[in-house]
Design a protein around this ligand. Structure first.
Ligand code: SF4
Length: 368
């Protein structure tokens, strides 16, 4: 198992001490760094997280659907209970916050939590009805599989780079018949309100596809035949008075919604493709080299830099939806102000949102 240096303290201009550590390259890290390296380092290497975690409707719905499908694949007796367990955990979290919440932010979260959970359960049920697993033709190798892999790459700025990749793979499936029997497919679920036909183009060479393929190949030691993306559509209707308090009525209305409103779309669409490029193709290797340098390299803390030792200047700022970036307040300020701002607005969290986001698979917005 690859290891990275443990977080170490770095003194930020303004007198605040932060933990800083190289991180593994997950698909969210790669995507964030692609859009803005500065954002990626603040979010992932420094783990800076806004103090007030906002409730994210899309994220919760996606997490509920993922949990239920994982329970179906592993033949748990009551799969939908997995979604209710997530509801209970979020309810406990936001109820505790709501007590001191003068602006009513968390009260609003509590109001939409029930409807978002029901939506997540309804779309999981619809997906499983359309795409139940045929256990005579496919075997489940694993669900929610957490993997890491280390790759040695060429140098950046004369420094040799080792990238450590990581990710949580939704499902690994082994076909039992046909030309690739004995190989493995990586399958991933995405919940979205957008047309899957618009989203699927280019996913074959997306960071996620390539990183997950390397992770599976390195850890399983078997032929990774291809990738399956399951798009699960969210209907634009919520549980309401029309359902007369009966959840099955809501699921029936969701089916009707697709028939009446979206004749060109189904509640779920599955796309698969076979791999026909090298495992680490030259263009991907180039991307990984820069990413590995930014995210995995142990920078010398003696260097002079904006953050007393950490070479922040190596991470360029790029305009990337700055208006909704959680670090805009830092980017707009002089680094001499950073200590005060960080103390007031952020905590450090190396485990939280990004991992959850990967599980939730939010495709409807940039992130956060
Ligand atoms: S505000 Fe803009 S430039 Fe600054 S970290 Fe965020 S995305 Fe990057």
């Amino acid at each position: 198992m690859p290891t990275l240096r443990k977080p170490e303290e770095t003194l930020v201009a303004g007198g605040v001490k932060l933990l800083e550590a190289p991180v593994t390259i997950r698909q969210t890290v790669a995507r964030d760094a692609d859009k803005c390296p500065r954002r990626a380092v603040l979010s992932h290497r420094f783990g800076l997280t806004p103090k007030a975690r906002r409730y994210n409707s899309n994220l919760h719905t996606g997490s509920v659907t993922h949990a239920i499908l994982a329970a179906h694949y592993t033949e748990r007796p009551d799969p939908e209970q997995a979604g209710i367990d997530l509801y209970d955990a979020e309810m406990a979290h936001f109820s505790a916050l709501a007590e001191d919440d003068l602006e009513g932010t968390f009260d609003k979260a509590l109001k939409s939590l029930d409807k978002d959970t029901k939506l997540g359960v309804a779309i999981a049920r619809m997906f499983w009805k359309l795409y139940p697993l045929n256990r005579k033709t496919h075997k489940v190798v694993g669900t929610e599989v957490q993997l890491t892999a280390e790759i040695k790459l060429g140098a950046v700025d004369s420094v040799g780079v080792t990238a450590v990749l990581s990710g949580t793979l939704d499902v690994l499936l082994e076909p039992l018949t046909g030309p690739v029997a004995g190989g493995v497919f990586v399958a991933d679920h995405k919940t979205t309100a957008r047309n899957p036909h618009d989203l699927v183009g280019g996913l074959e060479w997306a960071y996620q596809t390539r990183i997950y393929r390397v992770l599976a190949a390195r850890n399983l030691g078997r032929k990774i035949a291809g990738f399956i993306y399951n798009f699960i559509q969210k209907p634009a209707i919520r549980f309401c008075g029309k359902d007369k308090g009966v959840f099955d009525n809501y699921v029936n209305r969701c089916w009707e919604w697709f028939e009446d409103e979206k004749r060109d779309m189904k509640p779920a669409t599955s796309f698969g493709f076979m791999f026909n490029e090298p495992l680490v193709a030259p263009g991907f290797e180039q991307d990984l080299r820069r990413l590995g340098y930014w995210m995995c390299h142990d920078f010398c803390h003696e260097e002079e830099g904006a953050l007393n030792g950490f070479p922040l200047y190596l991470f360029p700022r790029r305009w990337a939806d700055c208006y909704k970036c959680p670090f805009k307040i830092l980017c707009d300020a002089s680094t001499t102000e950073w200590g005060r701002i960080i103390k007031a607005h952020y905590t450090q969290d190396f485990t939280g949102y990004a991992d959850a986001e990967e599980k939730g698979m939010v495709l409807d917005e940039f992130s956060r």
